[in-house]
Ligand binder design. Structure first.
Ligand code: VG1
Ligand code: CO
Length: 546
């Protein structure tokens, strides 16, 4: 096939700065002429030496995924990539894309997803670039991409027919090969090397244990079907909402107690299964639920670390654990007992990459329901579910019993996040500015009888490459070890989302049964006093509590 490279004149479009995880905007914004093209060209213009090399391409299947993939294929050919590996039907979960990049030693990858944000014509779309280690591009690259979007004058593309993504196989666009690959196989094969599939399969087929995995009509449906049902033999009904839909069935594919209400209903029914889980739009998050019992993501990370020796892939021990700053210190307590390091990074998976590459950490986690390990360079929803299943298959205890004995051993970090979504951006920015301005005078003050011990705006120096990231969230620490963190979301597309993270440590096992919001009520009042959230936002309660 002969194809001609076309150089199309364009001009910078404002606002193309990647956030916590890539560029996320309304679909309608991405549909504007040149919007996607400009950003993709800015990615390519920030890379060097990719001529003739391999790019991985796929997305979570949301509305506009199919259109964007064809655009990117044409542009990749015009820019000189040698080969693109693209998931069948344009589908690759975020962890699967990471796996494919690593396995096939690709130069990098482009993942099309707005993750947990709603989809559909009125919903959100997103795009991010991952580097050769399979992980999200570090800030140095995302900032270079942004700089390029501000000075772009042209993009390169090729004329020609669409590639048929419905069938696996090889075709070409000009000089570039396009290989449509199985979206699931590489990832499923990798996971099979880490976990005791025989033992998990025996549990799932035993007839005495039932699980419910809610794919939320997002990307994990085919992965869950292949792994839990086909390879492990779980009964077919074990996966619900397993068909990916471009609008996620109208739902909000964010696995938390508010948006995963169907799963919560199943898990709190009289006839509830033993184990429930859900994943998000692009398959990197996980929610773990026992019968009548929700596991907080921070606790989940701690439990995985404490039980890693039960899982074949981690039986030789962990090199270290890493968690994002707002994530609770439950994992720190486990790391201390295990005698391994625990790192605290800014929010966003891109900050774990260096620690994983350097062999300093094996497990990583975020309070936002992300957990993963050095098997890929993204958080991995199905991986976390398998990790839990492996633990359950060995311990043969309920999820709740595992948590209760964990707290008994390590103490309990009561933890909750309060999100105020869709707040006026100016109001949210002023709230943060005022908080930052008050930091210097807070230490030593007592409010509501609680003495403030420390107050700062989190800054991080990467221990591997020395890069510094500032203004990563306001932290206020109290004399009893409790903590409140305030930060603004970097993934939303409407106004601002204020996140308030609350944490209190309780060593006394006699008090571990207290309901979480009640256990944190003192801190919730302190957060209000410190930030004046109600008066400023006009909200009397959070949009989402996790
Ligand atoms: C949120 C989470 C963060 C996560 C990010 C991407 O970011 O808080 O922990 O890494 O989403 O996850 P923010 O800036 O909105 O707080 V995903 O599954 O949306 O790619
Ligand atoms: Co996600």
């Amino acid at each position: 096939m002969t194809t001609t490279t076309q150089t199309i004149a364009t001009q910078p479009i404002a606002g193309q700065r990647p956030g916590t995880s890539g560029l996320r905007k309304k679909v309608t914004v991405f549909q504007a002429p040149g919007y996607l093209e400009n950003f993709v060209q800015a990615i390519f213009d920030s890379l060097e030496g990719f001529q003739g090399k391999t790019l991985v391409l796929g997305g979570d299947g949301r509305y506009y995924n199919d259109v964007a993939i064809q655009t990117i294929l044409r542009m990749a050919a015009a820019n000189g990539f040698g080969r693109v590996l693209v998931g069948q039907h344009g589908i690759l979960s975020t962890p699967a894309a990471s796996c494919v990049i690593r396995k096939h030693q690709a130069y990098g990858g482009i993942i099309l997803s707005a993750s947990h944000n709603p989809g559909g014509p009125e919903g959100d779309f997103g795009i991010k670039y991952n580097i050769g280690n399979g992980g999200p591009a570090p800030e140095k690259i995302t900032e270079a991409i942004y700089a390029n979007t501000q000075k772009i004058t042209r993009y390169l593309t090729t004329a020609g027919a669409d590639v048929n993504l419905a069938v696996q196989g090889r075709s070409t666009i000009g000089e570039m090969a396009v290989e449509v690959i199985d979206s699931v196989a590489d990832h499923a094969d990798l996971l099979a090397t880490l976990f005791d599939f025989e033992r998990i399969g025996a549990l799932l087929r035993s007839g005495t244990f039932r699980m419910c995995f809610d794919a939320m009509h997002a990307v994990t449906g085919p992965y869950a079907q292949e792994i839990f049902v086909k390879r492990l033999g779980a009964p077919a009904g074990s996966v619900i909402n397993g068909v990916p839909l471009p609008d996620f069935g109208g739902g909000h594919p964010d696995p938390n107690p508010t948006y995963a209400e169907e799963l919560v209903k199943v898990m709190f029914a009289d006839t509830a299964p033993d184990f429930g889980a859900a994943s998000d739009g692009d398959g990197d998050r996980n929610m773990i639920v026992g019968r009548h019992f929700i596991v907080t993501p921070s606790d989940s990370l701690a439990v995985l670390a404490a039980n890693a020796q039960l899982v074949p892939g981690y039986a030789n021990g962990l090199k270290g654990v890493a968690r994002s700053m707002p994530t609770s210190a439950a994992a720190d307590r486990v790391a201390e007992k295990l005698g391994i390091a625990c790192y605290e990074t800014p929010t966003g998976w891109k900050f774990f990459g260096n620690l994983l590459d350097a062999g300093m950490a094996t497990l990583c986690g975020e309070e936002s329901a992300g957990t993963g390990s050095d098997h890929v360079r993204e958080k991995d929803g199905v991986w976390a579910v398998l990790f839990w299943l492996n633990i359950l298959a060995v311990r043969r205890e309920s999820v709740e019993a595992i948590l209760r004995s964990h707290w008994q051993r390590f103490g309990r970090n009561f933890y909750s996040r309060h999100d105020y979504e869709g707040v006026d951006s100016a109001v949210a920015n002023t709230l943060m500015t005022d908080l930052r301005a008050s930091l210097a005078k807070l230490p030593g003050q007592a409010i509501n009888g609680a003495t403030i011990k420390s107050a700062d705006d989190f800054a991080y120096t990467d221990p591997v490459d020395g890069s510094v990231s500032t203004a990563q969230g306001v932290r206020v620490g109290f004399a009893d070890g409790s903590r409140i963190v305030f930060r603004l979301s970097g993934t939303g597309t409407e106004g601002a989302t204020l996140r308030v993270y609350l944490e209190r440590y309780e060593p006394d096992a006699g008090k571990h049964g207290v309901e979480t919001q009640q256990a944190l009520s003192g801190l919730i009042a302190l957060a209000e006093q410190l930030a004046g959230i109600r008066a400023r936002t006009g909200r009397d309660k959070p949009t989402v509590i996790t």
